[in-house]
Design a protein around this ligand. Structure first.
Ligand SMILES: *Cc1c(COP(=O)(O)O)cnc(C)c1O
Length: 365
């Protein structure tokens, strides 16, 4: 029997969350962002749940080829554009739309020989200071692109740094609009946080939204809002089983470094899941976990292949009992990945993406 750990990708949850994003921006088309192998869910595994999107956005050319191999004929957008000249050949061959964020990418396009001109997304650096032309240089880039026979259509794009926080999107949106208001072309700005929190303010201005994390059922602005507050369902369950139990007495310690000491009799379960599976080692005693769908807590340190959990609230649990590390238990109880991420001092994004290759994964409803 294989080790009992398993990741389950939930098709129905992906569909539900995608519909949720549409409700928040009813006039816009939706890119499902599937970079980083669909945030760790696996592009092929997530595809069935996401095929109702209007397009797929990602940044690795091999991932774009995988989406085409699933027979997806619709739009695919490369969020970082091309890295070298020959990437443009793949764009031509696979009909990929691509971001243009710097002069070097315009030079590459000018040098590219193609029968079919490309659709490009010209990115403005409106304050994030990662990718894009500054507002001062944006129109010159647009003019240069517009003169190229290799370019068929130019869309306009920016990315918000603070859609999930108190600063919001207003300053960046204003910078974008001041420069682009009389330019033709479709617009795209919003990640999950902008879509959910600022959907009303952006209504009618945005032709495409780009939700990622929300589609996978994690709140972009946890802990201010939870996934349940946003009506998002977990698209991934990480589950395992209890492979041993121990009965402790007062003064007994658990695991490496003896970081947990029992203050009385305590029954614990040993779970086949550790940091080599992608469960964060920064989680400490108290991190929530579900055993047979009942909420309890982890005790002691996370080791490479195991964690230990308090069985007090589930006295009938034992060898083989179901453990839900995050996601949905078979009784229907949900434990959001955001809670585990919070315990580890990180975000749901990182945990999803860090699911280890050794964890087998299946698709289910
Ligand atoms: C990753 C990414 C997104 C999606 O962000 P979420 O916070 O996961 O919704 C949108 N746009 C760009 C440019 C990205 O790189």
């Amino acid at each position: 029997m294989p080790r009992p750990i398993l990741a389950t990708v939930h098709t129905a949850a992906l569909r539900h969350n995608l519909a949720r994003a549409r409700t928040a921006a009813p006039d816009a088309r939706v890119w499902a962002v599937v970079k980083a192998d669909a945030y760790g869910h696996g592009i092929e595994r997530a595809f069935e749940g996401l095929r109702g999107a209007d397009g797929f956005a990602l940044l690795d050319l091999t991932e774009a080829a995988r989406v085409r191999a699933l027979d997806w004929r619709g739009p695919i957008l490369l969020l970082e554009g091309c890295f070298e000249l020959r990437d443009l050949e793949l764009c031509s061959r696979l009909a990929l739309w691509h971001t243009v964020h710097c002069d070097e990418q315009i030079n590459m396009l000018a040098a590219h020989k193609t029968q079919v001109p490309h659709r490009v997304f010209l990115k403005m650096n409106s304050g994030m200071n990662r990718l894009g032309f500054t507002p001062e240089r944006y129109r010159a880039a647009w003019t240069r692109l517009n003169a190229l026979p290799q370019v068929e259509e130019i869309s306009l794009m920016t990315h918000f740094s603070d859609a999930d926080g108190p600063k919001g999107v207003a300053v960046q949106l204003q910078a974008f609009e001041a420069v682009t208001q009389d330019l033709p072309g479709e617009r795209t700005f919003s990640n999950s946080a902008a879509t959910l929190r600022h959907g009303a303010a952006l209504e009618g201005q945005s032709d495409w939204i780009r939700p990622g994390i929300a589609v996978y059922g994690s709140a972009p602005d946890y802990p201010e809002k939870s996934a349940a507050d946003w009506d998002l369902l977990p698209a991934m369950t990480l589950s395992s089983k209890i492979i041993a139990t121990q009965n402790l007495v007062a003064g007994d310690t658990v695991g490496y470094g003896s970081s947990f000491t029992a203050d009385g009799p305590l029954r614990i379960g040993v779970v086949a899941c550790g940091y080599a599976d992608g469960y964060p080692r920064h989680c400490t005693t108290g991190t929530p976990v579900l055993v047979n769908g009942v909420r309890t807590r982890m005790v002691g340190r996370v080791s490479m292949d195991m964690i230990t959990v308090d069985l007090t609230p589930v006295p009938d649990a034992g060898m083989g009992s179901e453990v839900t590390l995050w996601g949905r238990s078979s009784t229907g109880t949900v434990l959001s990945i955001d809670e585990i991420a919070g315990s580890a001092g990180t975000v749901g994004y990182e945990l999803m993406c860090a699911l280890a290759a050794r964890v087998p994964a299946v698709v289910a409803d």
